[in-house]
Design a protein around this ligand. Structure first.
Ligand code: GRF
Length: 239
């Protein structure tokens, strides 16, 4: 096994930080890993992950979609592919599922990994705690910059361009109880030309998201992620 190309750093574990022995990276079992995807918008990342599952590039299966918006593109896509949908949190006077009930539903569906793909609500701590080291998010900037509450959608890319930074790119990270704060798993670099519009930056970053997120999910589903002793996750390439 070697460190995956989109993880920066040296492959050797002899230096500085200690990490789990490579021998602890095991190959996937035969049954597909059961995935839940949370969406609020167009769902292009969800679609890329679902297509990667169908192609066999990801050893997983999307068994449920969770959304706060019954009419978003991600939900329409799930409907088209007969993937069960849970609306959470439900809006309006009719009481929807509580956070505990959502966690229970996911467990009943035998979900192993939760993937946030443009879900704009904070995931309740009851759900986060039910999936320790088993929930990923993708953010359209290089965390820890340009992340946290209020940094979503075009707001992120406008802030990136306004700041004058010359690089942006997606970050995939594990989820904790704060927006965009959990351990970083992988990033991709996207150059930012200072005369480009935020829309162009958004499009360039999204293009990389569509490659990075399925690659991370593939690693997750094939047990190719280990944890450095201090809690930093590391992806290993298949050999
Ligand atoms: C992506 O830019 C992702 O990084 C962010 O929300 C957006 C979702 O886009 N978290 P889509 O719905 O997957 O097209």
């Amino acid at each position: 096994m070697r460190l995956d190309v989109f993880v920066e750093g040296k492959a050797s574990c002899r230096h500085a930080m200690r990490c789990m022995p490579v021998a602890e990276v095991t190959s996937a079992g035969s049954s597909k890993r059961r995935l839940a995807v949370f969406v609020s918008g167009g769902g292009s990342n969800f679609r890329c992950i679902h297509e990667a599952c169908l192609r066999g590039d990801v050893h997983g299966e999307v068994v449920v979609v969770v959304s706060n918006r019954a009419d978003c593109g991600g939900v329409l896509y799930a409907n088209k592919h007969q993937i069960p949908i849970i609306i959470f949190p439900a809006e309006g006077p009719a009481a929807g599922l509580s956070a505990e009930e959502l966690a229970a539903e996911l467990q009943k569906a035998e979900v192993e990994f939760v993937l946030l793909a443009g879900y704009l609500k904070l995931v309740p701590s009851e759900v986060v705690q039910a999936f320790p080291r088993r929930m990923l998010n993708i953010h359209p900037a290089l965390l820890p910059a340009f992340g946290g509450k209020g940094y979503y959608g075009m707001r992120v890319h406008k802030a990136v361009v306004a700041s004058g930074v010359r690089f942006s790119g997606p970050t995939v990270h594990f989820v904790d109880e704060e927006f965009d704060r959990g351990p970083i798993l992988a990033q991709r670099i996207v150059p930012v030309n200072p005369v480009e519009s935020p829309e162009i930056v958004a499009s360039n970053v999204l293009h990389e998201e569509h490659k990075l997120y399925p690659a991370c999910v593939a690693a997750l589903c094939s047990n190719r992620i280990t944890w450095r002793e201090d809690g930093v996750p590391i992806i290993w390439s298949p050999q």
